[in-house]
Design a protein around this ligand. Structure first.
Ligand code: HEC
Length: 290
């Protein structure tokens, strides 16, 4: 009697919890201010994904020609641009590029700080001296450093995971981790005139991917196709610029991706072999027990 009673109580508590969860999820969906972000195909997605060096090189070019006017990538050192698993530019080219930037030298014996050309060991210089200067030049908005932006942003799921378990399982099986890249691509290609009836605040621009749809960043590709020179024959379209610069930023945020995936696959392979060996060992050990 007593136990049945307790069990009944337990079941109703469980039902209540489920009801609460579902209604919270529905409320969340109704108020969802994050627009749905379309998924893109990236060479670096999935278990076997790798960066495309040529794409990273083009993306770096788009970054330097277009984005570096307002955004830094201060976690990237010049030497990283020549490393394998990244854009892998020739070292001499990166040295020459670094030398075109001036950075602070170590203080001399009089304590004065002079400028010197940047070296492979220097981080990529930021366009602004400090946050105040950045905000002052952008009408008060702060263009974030882009080194980790593809990790700092993500594409929100259309619904909470327990309402779309099939999507959750698909994402686990395919190792989906490109939400940040999908968002950045959607953001930099999401500019348009505001729809009728939407009034923008001063200095704001309409963007369909940005939460709230009003962003302080102007359309970086307003110049249209042909804005950035490509020398490998890839069509110079806004779509390619956006895709390439996003891939470059994905690498900046995850420079060890290739090594990580390679090691992961190796470990899984090793464990599978171990499972088979342990299976044989177990059969042998228990052979005489009936
Ligand atoms: C004229 C200056 C300017 C240029 C050029 C520019 N940005 Fe921005 N960017 C901004 C500002 C300002 C913000 C902050 C926007 C806000 O908070 O509303 C921003 C924000 C961002 C964000 C963060 C959005 C978010 O979700 O918070 C990303 C990503 C970004 N920019 C990428 C880029 C890329 C990639 C390029 C080059 C293709 C670029 N930007 C070129 C000024 C610029």
């Amino acid at each position: 009697m007593f136990t049945i009673h307790a069990a009944k109580k337990g079941v109703s508590a469980l039902l209540l919890a489920v009801a609460l969860m579902v209604s919270a999820g529905m409320a969340g969906a109704a108020e969802q201010e994050h627009p749905v972000i379309e998924r893109q195909t990236w060479t670096f997605s999935g278990l076997f994904g790798k960066y495309d060096d040529a794409q990273l090189q083009r993306g770096f070019r788009v970054y330097t020609d277009v984005c570096s006017r307002c955004h830094g990538i201060n976690r990237i050192y010049f030497r990283n641009l020549a490393e394998p698993g990244g854009p892998a530019f020739p070292v001499a080219a990166v040295k020459a590029l670094a030398a075109t930037f001036k950075v602070d030298d170590a203080p001399n014996e009089e304590g004065k700080v002079k400028k010197r050309p940047a070296l492979l060991t220097d981080p990529f210089p930021s366009p602004y001296k400090n946050e105040q200067e950045a905000r002052f030049s952008q009408n008060g908005a702060l263009p974030p450093d882009l080194s980790l932006i593809t990790k700092a942003r993500s594409a929100e799921a259309e619904a909470p995971f327990y309402r779309v378990p099939d999507h959750m399982i698909r994402d686990i099986l395919t190792g989906y981790q490109e939400g940040g890249a999908d968002y950045v691509y959607a953001y930099i290609t999401g500019f348009s005139e505001p729809p009728a009836g939407v009034k923008l605040a001063e200095f704001m621009n309409y963007n369909k991917a940005f939460p709230g749809h009003q962003t302080a960043m102007p359309n970086p590709f307003a110049g249209g196709d042909g804005l950035v020179e490509y020398d490998d024959g890839t069509p110079r379209t806004v779509e390619n610029y956006a895709r390439d610069v996003t891939a470059f930023l994905a690498w900046a945020g995850d420079p060890k991706l290739e090594e990580r995936k390679r090691l992961g696959l190796l470990v899984i392979g090793y464990l599978l072999i171990t499972v088979v060996l342990l299976g044989f060992a177990k059969r042998r050990v228990w052979r005489d027990v009936h």
